[in-house]
Design a protein around this ligand. Sequence first.
Ligand code: ZN
Length: 310
Amino acid sequence: MSDKPSNQMPLFISPRQSSLISVMPSGTDWAVGKPCGALGVCVLGSGSGGNATVLRIGKTALLVDAGFGPRTTDKWLREAGLSLSSLEAICLTHLDQDHFRPTWPKTLLKFGIPVYVHNSHYADLMRIPGGAELRDAGLARSFNSSPFGPMPGVTASTVRLAHDRAGTIGYRFDTEVGSIGYATDLGHAPPELIQHLAGVDLLCIESNYDEAMTHASARPDWINRRNMSDAGHLSNEQSFDAVRLIADASPDGLPHDVVLLHRSSQCNHPARVREVFGCDADLAKRVTLTEQRSRTRWLEVYNSSVVDAT
Ligand SMILES: [Zn+2]
């Protein structure tokens, strides 16, 4: 992780986006990513080596997944203008180590940060050293299909998705100023997910692998078969199709930002992602590619239909 946010940019920045940014609430330093009072998203890192995304309102924040250790996460949060003490909650998609490092419980207890997991993942959380202590402290919180409030001003609603044995959770976070969709590690994008994420203002979704690169890779066949299965990951094409379907189901069309997560280092390449998403110029200009080792800039989340009307 460098001291500065990665210089990854949307594939293109349109004049329309530039003018939208200029009418955003003032106070966000886009270059260094200091938060203001509005809603923002910053992906600290994404890939098979770890995943963590910050959603913040003002000085409070929640993490979606905590796939880097607490010390590293704190360092990166500070570089993004926050710290561990800013965290109100951690919401987990699933318990694979690239999404929840088992070194977290002691830190969660120290800072009193609750971790939210789906009912079906609760037993996995209890198996982690320190899981029972989290439970006893009231910090291991499970949810089912009902919406819940992980931090003030945020309502989380979820959908279960196919991924390996235990599955994963897709999130939708609704706030007064905008909504965020988050889906990673899913073998396919079912109609329930498309409906669930329809109308979000900012969409984070994985674009994990390129099919040809996967077939050509030196990785064992069983890993490739697993990744490409309906309970593995989304390819670039599957991700593109899912974004288009979500846009088609949304009253305002495409989200104002599309953040592509969890790109495979061995079986994908930014150029391949650009090629696939570049087929749709309107979508391509909204895309931000995440990296394993550098964070994105702060992406402001706002209700597209309200801003478009100004
Ligand atoms: Zn993963």
